[in-house]
Write a protein that binds this ligand. Sequence first.
Ligand code: GLU
Length: 555
Amino acid sequence: MNNYEKIAELLFPNITKTPEYYEKKYAKRNLPEGAKVTRFAPSPTGYVHMGSLLTCFYDYIIAKQSHGVFFLRIEDTDLERTIDHGVEGIVEDLASFDIHADEGVDENLQSYGNYAPYIQTQRQEIYLTYAKDLVRKGLAYPCFCTKEELQAIRQKQEENKEVQIGYYGEYATCRNLTPEEVEQNLKAGKPFVIRFKSPAKVGDRVHFYDVLRGEQEMADNVNDVVIIKSKSLLPPYNFAHAIDDHLMGTTTVIRSNEWLNSVPEHMQLFRALGFDQPEYCHVAFVQRFDQETGQKRKISKRKDPETAVSYMVKAGYPTDSVMEYLYTIANTNFEEWRIANPNANREEFLITLEKMSLSGALFDLDKFNDVSKNVISKMSAEKVYELVLQWAKTYDVEWAEILEKHREFAIKMFAIDRYNQKPRKDIVKWEDTKNLYGYFFDELFDGQYEMEENMHLEDLKDIFDRYLEHFDDQVDNSQWFEMVKSIGCDLGYCPQIKEYKKNPDQYKGHCGTVCTYIRIALTGRKNTPDLFSICKLFGKEKMRQRMQAFLAKIK
Ligand code: GLU
């Protein structure tokens, strides 16, 4: 046994497997040419927001388009930052938007797929096996330096005016510990980390290719970075990334920009471990215009609660809207395509990594809402009904009960103005529906009325009586309107708006005024979907009741 092998045994006597074992266990994927293997690898340290959702969307879509594999991996090795129910939150959030990973972690937190487990804290033995192997080969070593010692090294570097501050070269005092020293330290119970011996020296440069950013050149990493942390004996991101993405066969790593500068370090690790490098695509943070400064800035948890996936779910943005919006911000040319193909299935559009925004996609709530309105306006009334109901069962039980009780009525209600050439675009999210449509139901109609100025209240009873008398739900829209006009005409309301505008003093109002009175009596509002449709849906009896209630109220 050489010294390195002795140190490896001293450190990890219980690690008996070898990298070959895992290479065999996790066999290479057998996929068609060009298939991409991508992964969404969140840390359960906070909420999933528009930014992480967009990254996840790229992963999902790039795998899907290439007939590859998309998997979910939970990166929870930073125990201090892991939050309670963080993993459940991630799994739930993805499920709410119908993003199902081919492999990963289910709602019971069980891993599924050939490369399981997909939760990093459950892969410790694998990481330690590879770390031990690096130590055996003299490519990594234990470091027992205390905080104070590290601080002292730093101070010395500053005194020496080193351009590079860190644990490297001559300063890396634990690089050359003998097996005896290691043994002594271990016996003394000193905590240690495992560091990777950087092969680079100050001044070295490296080149690599980023799918979105093209050729990159930057300083190589000279620090002996930690690959196994003390206490938990888990790896930080760098080492877990190398091992997992290798064993799990990732072809394309799509991740946030913040990792761009770590690529040199990651490349060194891949090389030392004998792994092929996956391709990288570093995505800029999602941006937003700050309300106060008007400047673009990164979206933030505190300032932008509406970018949290959980908020979107709670507010009832349909999956379809979120997906359509993700397409919109994912590729700069999607909007143009959508205008040219308003009714096409968006899956016909090819998302490419090259067409991402370099500076970061822009989250714009108004735009998101517009997209959602459009998407909802194209759904069938039955679909809207089903989706609102499903949402309301969790978030508004009263609304759900009413909708369930009046199923047929509610579907007809959602059908009003839906199949027109220009469908009504009033619903942004399911949360809005109770406010927009609640008055259709007696259980929710609150008897509050928006009033028109200069209403001729004395005419109302007459108008309503005549209207109910002549109302016929079998006629068409124009016949119905003629009927309204003639009622108005008898009572001094001008049948032509143009004519009325010429001589307003000669009339009490015009035919539109008559409609407004009926509308207010039936709905309490001046603005509603098509009045004739509402009347047909209500039927004479319900109209009569609403009109009577209105008359009683204004007496
Ligand atoms: N856990 C890392 C993060 O949340 C993942 C980065 C990656 O996708 O590789 O930033």
